[in-house]
Design a protein around this ligand. Sequence first.
Ligand code: MV4
Length: 450
Amino acid sequence: MFRKLLIANRGEIARRIIRTCRRMGIATVAVYSDADESALHVREADEAVRIGPPPVAQSYLQIDALVQAALGTAAEAVHPGYGLLSEHPGFARAVRQAGLVFVGPSTDAIAAMGSKISARNVMRTAGVPIVPGSDAGVDLAEALSLAAAMGYPVMLKAAHGGGGIGMQVVHDADELQKVFAANQARAKSYFGNGEMFVEKVVSRPRHVEFQVLFDEHGHGVYLWERECSIQRRHQKVVEEAPSPFLDAELRLMMGEAALRAARAIGYSNAGTVEFLVDEERRFYFLEMNTRLQVEHPVTEAITGLDLVEWQLRIAAGEPLDLSQADVPFQGHAIECRIYAEDPEKFLPSPGTITSLRLPSGDGVRNDVAVESGSVVTPFYDPMIGKLIVHGADRSQAIDRMTEALTAYDVQGIRTNLALLRKVMASEAFARGETTTDFLQILMTRQNTQT
Ligand code: MV4
């Protein structure tokens, strides 16, 4: 096992990785921008290296500075966390070229999933169901003829997109003609690539993703699924495991499809295969995330496995001594993301946290980035923490989450805590009706009542 690991990230995920390293006896190196000089992840790591001024482009995205920090502290491996450079093939390559271990899949596997068109083609070949649509980038004329052949509505998407940018539902040829260029221009400016494709629209879909774990010797398992349908502006808000919508038969079919997806690109380490599931329980590959995800704790809760420990063991070449039949599956877990945001406008609400009280109790886990006195800056993601609960079943998990959210108290900044409490109190949530329009409907109802 590695003696020392550099964590190329910040916030709660950096702290989360440090926690496992401490237990495994691995020394940690934190990196920080000037805005994070007194951050918790810096204090908790064994060593810390300053990498630049507050903006991510000048600090946490500086590949050379990060590699130099690892070499300068004699770290043997680099964990990218999530976000930032975690799915950047150039970062994985630079780390490896410097003779260090990148805790993640091969550079080729990251690159293969970077384009949604190439991902669709790989999955089609591997027998993983995909949404009907393009097998190559399209210009306006090709988009029009493909949409006419498939039938409207269609979803126009950016091949290198994310966060809903460059993505739009289109209802007819007139509309497609009108919006194509604008979406392409947005994709080009955000992702440096304006390649577009079209898919049939999956109506009222659920977002169900499978966690996979593959060692470097070709053996892999799936650690069941997470349901992440409750989102707002392509930002996940509530996640749970298992999905209230899946039965054992669908779980098996989707889990096996997830393994085929990972095998098709020679995947190793922890990864997530995302699917859309429609009302008729048909499922379609959406994309593969080649990193650890924010919502990994719900999977840890129901399996009892430490995903960061497995990421490190796999990166160190250890075999995954776990067969599918032996993957634990215990109870039900829910995660709520606590955002520093204006609850009405859903816009970041930076400021100083004057007081923070975290809930505790049976089955309650807090993964937080802040403490009383922390400053939430506008430079980084406004998520200040995650609250995870585990119960014997979904109903006990909801009760525990409700209680924990009641006890949760943040002063000095605005948060989404009240919205999370409303989600837990809603009858639709209790019934497991967690479709992607859930928050829209909940918010609209609140607004018309007041
Ligand atoms: C879709 C879709 C319906 N049909 N694709 C893709 C990226 C993700 N951020 C949103 N995506 C969607 N792709 C087709 N062909 C609906 C969505 C979608 C969505 C998916 C999962 C969870 C929440 C969502 C919210 C809006 C749109």
